[in-house]
Design a protein around this ligand. Structure first.
Ligand code: ATP
Length: 943
């Protein structure tokens, strides 16, 4: 145990809620301002262990492998093995039981394939959950820093801001209007106001107002707290065991495929029974061997016709797609979102940071005596102040600029520092830009803060659109008329002005006339129309000083200091992304808390439809939900909105039948993110709460990444369709071949003493469980087709297998059956049944491989991008190789009941099998022609 660590027992007995904050700090051997040293923190981590709840033990690999056998199909196959072994034994165990061995080998191969796929999917999903690691802010060695929440230790000084998760139990030592949401722990859905006062004896954690708990989150304000327990020792840890493990939810598509699988399963067993009965009726059973062969054939048929790879392949394709998205900056938090992404018709996006770079730089300042332009770029505090015509700033204006920038730097939570050769900011870029401007004006930030210490504050929120701080002033550094204390407020200019009754001009306050008010609003609108983000700054002398009660509305009767306009350049890639989305039938809607004119200017810049002007939050207040839904058919720009308005907008859009992707970052955006079909949270600026509510998290906060994610979503969906088309058409092809084969051969050849099956059980199993799976998986990895973002979104809840796919499947299955049986019949005329079967077996394998190329698109020719999927070609080559190994290895020849084929015979099989490509190409051509005629007909209209 490290010298200063407290024993676990002692920690357990500590009742921090009953103690004074300073006593808790002492008891945990930490410091109220500088926290632990990193050395001590490191030692304590070794002693107390990581701040995690015990993770559910993973199933061992061998068990997961065994579980692959828990499948109705495998039971069938094992039954088949048993039957064939039984017959072998009854026939005095002559030679090697080839059939049983081959079937068993195929079962093992299939299980291995399933196991590998499942492990891959598991790994991909596990990697995902690690992609958004929980982090916390702590003060260590006197410096605030972000650390992984799992590294928190008792004694750490936590800094908790609005919207953040709380990752350990901790005793509050400092709070500012601090509320937490404790529903996860106590069921209480209303945010709880916290303070630092010690409590009387109380045994119920929900009463401990001076503590915060792991698993809860901060809804507003901020606080500092000393960690008192971590991991399983937290209140949450104690009840976590009761919660049990959460199961991964299935996506609607996976559920649809499960259903399809079940329906097919039932149909298939019925078909197998019918085929076997037909067989028996037509051929009659002359020997035990024939009986067993028929039985095995039935089992093989049932296995063949069930597309068992479906669910596994869907999971792998989804998981790999999700990994691909993550590499491109979009982390999917809930798998079903991938499918919904492909259907999105609207992206409703924030402006600041998503559409713009969120790299603010003050460009112009307007005070009572005139306008000033500020030069410079980025966060480097170098630049000069000049009049709009380039002239020198008169002294009177200089004084006003200094005062407004001093105020702006005080009512400010950001930090600016020079480290590693560059200027870096911490906190909100809007606030940092004000600090930069203040330094450009020659203000020393350190001096300012020490001369005018902050003694109270009312934090910023998107609803209030302003923030205020209360300061004690030093009479030597501030104008005499202000007095000993002042409240500084900054916020949305138009709204702030409503709270002002006077303005500061040339050395002192004067009443704010109606005319001046109009002039200021005009100036603000002009700045906004130039796409500047415009803030108003005001102050209020507070002779009474502390105590400062945030419950009383002190932000009134303010003195207006002026306007500050800053640029926030649009993201260079956003314009192209808006256009790409439009081409894909997706409308972009801009929703911002900013000024209407700024919103319009930015929207115009980005190519968002501004023909219906802009609707403001105030307009929304006067609209019913129905009116809003009607306006939303055309309106695409919303300004001065609150998070609550966002929720109304989502609902109204959904009422119009739209599938909405909505972005958000704050705590209050969570309801809108939840309500949206795809909630998109910002990875960098977003709060933990928003991220938790979202389906998708953008690691780069970039609008263009949403469009990329939609493209990926569509590609994944397309690929799932591709392998469905492939698997189902080949499966139906086999059933048809076998069914018709049995009937036709008997009709054409009459009864014989041998079963005239076109394919043997082992061959059917081989086709299905070996040569089928790999190409199907490769289809799931097909690259995006060129037109993926040039077509309208799929209709919501469209069935994955539509009519045209059914027709495709029917056509392909018929060609396969006809081709294979023709080859079989021809071969049979010239030689033995073994040769006929080998030809049929090879033809149907080749049919499948050709069909894999077809399946890449229901409409496009296979020759567009023929070689773009290298995986597919590799699997085709592998399947061909395996097939030739089976045909040419004596042992396998015996086991599979095949003989070697000459090059000419292979060629014959290949020519016949390639017919599936030519015929489907022709079908695609005709379909394309009909569709273009239809389109042309619609375009020319009818009179
Ligand atoms: P978006 O919703 O597109 O991200 P936004 O950043 O303008 O835009 P909010 O963060 O809700 O939206 O801000 C709303 C308004 O509040 C801003 O337009 C600005 O006038 C004001 N504001 C923003 N940040 C601050 C701040 N740190 N202090 C005071 N006022 C602010």
């Amino acid at each position: 145990m490290p010298d200063d660590a407290i024993s676990n027992d002692h920690l357990e007995r500590l009742q921090p809620h009953e103690m004074h904050a300073s006593d808790v700090v002492d008891a945990l051997a930490t410091h109220p301002r500088s926290g632990l040293s990193s050395h001590v923190a490191h030692e304590r981590l070794r002693h107390y262990g990581p701040n995690v709840l015990a993770e559910a033990p993973r199933q061992p690999a061998w068990l997961r492998f065994i579980l692959q056998f828990r499948d109705i199909q495998v039971y069938l196959l094992l039954a088949a093995v048993a039957v064939s072994l039984l017959v072998w034994i009854m026939e005095h165990a002559h030679g090697i039981p080839y059939e049983a061995i081959v079937i068993m080998a195929i079962v093992l191969l299939n299980a291995t394939f399933g196991f590998v796929q499942e492990s891959r999917a598991d790994r991909a999903l596990a990697a995902l959950s690690k992609m958004t690691p929980r982090e916390s802010t702590v003060v260590r060695d006197g410096q605030p820093q972000r650390i992984l929440s799992r590294d928190l230790v008792p004694g750490d000084l936590l800094v908790i801001n609005e919207g953040e998760h709380i990752a350990a139990d901790a005793r509050l030592v400092e709070t500012v209007a601090f509320h937490t949401q404790e529903a996860t722990l106590t069921g209480e859905s209303v945010p709880v106001l916290k303070d630092t006062e010690p409590l009387e004896i109380s045994h119920v954690p929900s009463d401990w107002r001076n503590m915060v708990f792991a698993g809860t989150s901060a809804t507003s304000g901020h606080a500092r707290a000393v960690v008192t327990s971590t991991g399983i020792h937290t209140e949450f840890g104690r009840i976590a065991a009761l919660l049990g493990e959460t199961r991964e939810q299935k996506t609607p598509l996976q559920m649809e495929l499960d259903r399809l699988g079940r329906q097919l399963g039932i149909a298939v067993v019925a078909v197998a029974v019918i085929v076997v009965i037909t067989l028996v009726l037509l051929e009659g059973i002359h020997s035990r061997k024939m009986a067993v062969q028929s039985l095995l054939f039935g089992v093989a048929l049932a296995v063949a016709a069930t597309p068992e790879g479906l669910a596994a392949i869907v999971t792998v394709v989804l998981a790999l797609g999700v990994q691909r998205m993550a590499r491109r900056g979009a982390i999917v938090r809930r798998l079903p979102a991938v499918e919904t992404l492909g259907e999105a018709t609207i992206i409703a996006s924030d402006k600041t940071g998503t559409m713009t770079l969120n790299e603010m730089c003050v460009r112009s300042i307007r005070t009572a005596s005139g306008s000033t332009e500020v030069s410079g770029a980025g966060y480097v505090p170098q630049g000069s102040f000049h009049l709009p015509d380039g002239g020198e700033i008169p002294d009177i204006l200089r004084d006003e600029i200094t005062l407004i920038l001093r105020a702006a730097a005080l009512v400010n939570d950001a930090a600016l520092r020079f480290s590693e050769g560059a200027w870096k900011i911490q906190g909100d870029p809007t606030e940092a830009a004000l600090l930069v401007a203040a330094v450009k004006a020659g203000i020393s930030l350190d001096d300012l803060v020490s001369q005018s210490p902050r003694i109270g504050e009312i934090p910023f929120s998107s609803e209030r659109k302003r923030m205020s701080t209360l300061h004690r002033l030093n009479s030597r550094h501030s104008p005499g008329w202000i007095g000993s204390h002042a409240l500084f407020t900054k916020g949305a200019a138009d709204l702030l002005l409503e709270r002002c009754t006077s303005e500061i001009a040339a050395g002192g306050p004067r009443p704010l006339t109606e005319q001046r008010r109009r002039e200021i609003l005009d100036a603000s609108a002009k700045m906004a129309a130039a796409a500047l983000r415009t803030l108003g700054i005001a102050l209020r002398p507070m002779p009474q000083g502390p105590p400062f009660d945030p419950a009383i509305d002190v932000e009134q009767d303010l003195m207006f200091l002026g306007l500050v306009g800053m640029i926030d350049p649009p993201r260079p890639e956003a314009r192209a992304a808006v256009a790409e989305a439009a081409a894909a039938g997706i409308r972009t809607i801009l929703i911002t808390g900013d000024h209407a004119a700024t919103a319009l200017a930015v929207a115009r810049d980005l190519g968002i439809d501004t023909s219906d002007g802009v609707l403001t939050g105030a307009d929304l207040e006067h609209m019913t939900d129905d009116d809003l839904a009607v306006r939303l058919r055309v309106s695409s720009v919303f300004a001065r909105v609150d998070p609550a308005h966002k929720l109304r907008i989502v609902r109204a859009l959904q009422a119009n039948g739209e599938i909405v992707a909505m972005t958000g970052d704050g705590v209050n955006d969570a309801p809108a993110l939840k309500a949206a079909d795809i909630g998109v949270a910002m990875g960098i600026t977003g709060t933990d709460v928003a991220r938790e509510a979202a389906d998708l998290v953008l690691t780069d906060d970039n609008f263009a990444t949403i469009v990329t994610a939609i493209q990926e979503g569509r590609t994944i969906f397309d690929n799932i369709k591709k392998f469905l088309r492939y698997l189902l058409s080949t499966n139906f092809g086999e059933i048809l071949t076998l069914f018709l084969g049995v009937v036709l051969i008997v009709l054409l050849r009459g009864r014989t003493n041998e079963l005239m099956l076109p394919l043997l059980a082992v061959q059917i199993l081989w086709i299905n469980l070996v040569t089928d799976g790999a190409p199907a998986l490769a289809l799931g990895l097909d690259p995006a087709s060129a037109d993926v973002m040039c077509r309208a979104p799929d209709p919501a809840n469209a069935r994955i297998i539509d009519r045209s796919m059914f027709v495709d499947i029917g056509v392909v299955a018929s060609i396969m059956a006809a081709g294979t049986l023709w080859v079989f019949y021809q071969a049979l005329r010239d030689g033995a049944i073994v040769h006929g079967r080998t030809m049929a077996f090879t033809t149907i394998v080749l049919f499948q491989l050709f069909n894999a190329l077809n399946a890449r698109s229901g409409t496009r020719s296979i020759f567009t991008g023929l070689f773009s999927n290298r995986w597919l070609w590799a699997t085709i080559a592998a399947s061909l190789l395996l097939q030739s190994v089976v045909l040419n290895t004596p042992l396998l020849q015996h086991a599979f009941g095949v003989v070697a084929l000459s090059i000419g015979q292979w060629a014959q099989c290949a020519v016949i099998a390639s017919s599936v490509v030519w015929i489907v190409e022709l079908e695609k051509l005709v379909r394309g022609f009909i569709q273009s005629r239809k389109k042309a007909g619609r375009a020319s209209g009818t009179f």
